[in-house]
Design a protein around this ligand. Structure first.
Ligand SMILES: NC(=O)c1ccc[n+]([C@@H]2O[C@H](COP(=O)([O-])OP(=O)(O)OC[C@H]3O[C@@H](n4cnc5c(N)ncnc54)[C@H](O)[C@@H]3O)[C@@H](O)[C@H]2O)c1
Length: 380
């Protein structure tokens, strides 16, 4: 039976491995947590924040186990974290040191990619310092270009999967008219989700970043917004057209905008139990990790909302890397055809899981994800 979170969000069982790393000459603490392995393999991102700690990583590594199991990939979940003790003065040295120290894990089957606070360039630096090359992982998919070159062409994959989740659910609900969409969080995930939903004919009526919410009931131009957004996901308000309204009450205004679909793509607990009565959207898509807590999720479903949970909808990035590491994606395809294959495969997995979640919710399941995981009988 798969390990699950208990109802209060605490891990019901510990991860397989929690390792504290010493990073000589770097003012930083670091950890690698391996939640589970399959055939000796595990994978997850490397988070760099001022607050990350081992318990947070354990919960994130567990979520990775769940995501990878739900897309039927034979690989376990892991997560790494780096917490600077003072402002970073030499990022390159920090990444190289992290790579050298985590080398036995990386080369021993624990893939560590990028995550909140780390970039593909950071990952390339620590891979180089560790002497790690994904192409050398036994049984992995052979690419016709280096991973470092292929990955950027798929940088929208998590947001793409989030959009696919929303679109397939609307289709299943026989909704054919253009829908209003609000996107909370306009970073890597939120921007890609907004773009794909707009391209599918829907209308993005509000977007929120850390500074607040911008809205236009007639529809925002997603491409225009993206052009006015910095790489950290902050919108430059001075570049917005005059008809775009900037709403007050920075943190929560996105919640009160009339919409059909709400994409949550910022931090955890965007919707807590107390916010449930304010939610206007019929379909809520958890693009961010733990965007709704377990109690809020249950209350939303009881109130008639469709909730598409994080580990089902935001698995795109994990599934992409996992499909390559495990050799699930076919070898020998030219990069554009491999990209097309991966998009199709990821979309199929997400569509299928969303349909099952909706079906189980309709049958009154209190926790559809737990049921899907139990069906797979994944060992920790
Ligand atoms: N990037 C991925 O591939 C990926 C994969 C799986 C899960 N996730 C999760 O998705 C979420 C978003 O990831 P990302 O990579 O897009 O992050 P990001 O750092 O690129 O963007 C975060 C966005 O959220 C906004 N934001 C922060 N606090 C906010 C608040 N209180 N209200 C409204 N907006 C706020 C920021 O301004 C920014 O626009 C995170 O929970 C992340 O862990 C990301």
């Amino acid at each position: 039976m798969h390990q699950l979170l208990s109802s209060d969000g605490v891990l019901a069982s510990p991860p397989l491995l929690t390792t504290a790393l010493s990073l000589p000459d770097c003012e930083a603490d670091a950890w690698v947590v391996v939640d589970s392995t399959v055939h000796g393999l595990a994978m997850g991102g490397t988070r760099l924040t001022e607050t990350v700690d081992a318990p947070e990583l354990a919960a994130l590594a567990r979520a990775m186990t769940h995501k990878l199991a739900l897309v039927d990939l034979p690989i376990g979940g892991a997560k790494a974290g780096i917490r600077p003790r003072s402002p970073i003065t030499d990022r390159d040295r920090l990444m190289r040191t992290f790579g050298r120290v985590s080398r036995p894990l990386l080369r021993g089957g624990v893939y560590l990619g990028c995550d909140q606070g780390t970039t593909p360039a950071d990952r390339d630096t620590f891979f180089a310092a560790a002497g790690y090359d994904l192409a050398e992982v036994p049984g992995s998919t052979q690419l016709d270009v280096p991973w470092e070159q292929f990955y950027p062409s798929m940088s929208d994959i998590t947001g793409y999967g989030v959009a696919v989740a929303a679109l397939s659910t609307l289709e299943a609900q026989r909704v054919t008219a253009p829908q209003r969409v609000v996107v909370q969080g306009f970073g890597v995930v939120g921007r890609a989700a907004a773009l794909h939903l707009e391209r599918a004919g829907h209308r993005v009526v509000a977007v929120a970043d850390v500074l607040g919410t911008v809205a236009d009931p007639a529809g925002l131009s997603t491409e225009g917004l993206i052009a006015a957004t910095s790489s950290d996901g902050t919108l430059d308000r001075s570049q917005l057209p005059s008809q775009v309204r900037t709403l007050g009450c920075p943190d929560r205004a996105w919640l009160t905008v009339d919409t059909d679909v709400l994409v949550l793509a910022a931090g955890a607990d965007a919707i807590g139990p107390g916010s449930v009565p304010e939610v206007r959207a019929r379909v809520i898509v958890e693009g961010g990790n733990l965007s709704c807590g377990p109690v809020a999720r249950r209350l939303l479903r009881e109130a008639g909302h469709t909730v598409l949970p994080d580990v089902v909808v935001n698995a795109g990035g994990a599934a992409l890397t996992g499909a390559i590491l495990t050799g699930t994606a076919p070898s020998g395809l030219p990069a554009p055809r491999l990209a097309e294959w991966l998009r199709g495969w990821i979309a199929d997995k997400i569509r299928h899981n969303c349909a099952l979640v909706t079906e189980l919710s309709g049958q009154g399941s209190a926790d559809p994800v737990a049921e899907l995981l139990a069906r797979r009988a994944v060992q920790p």
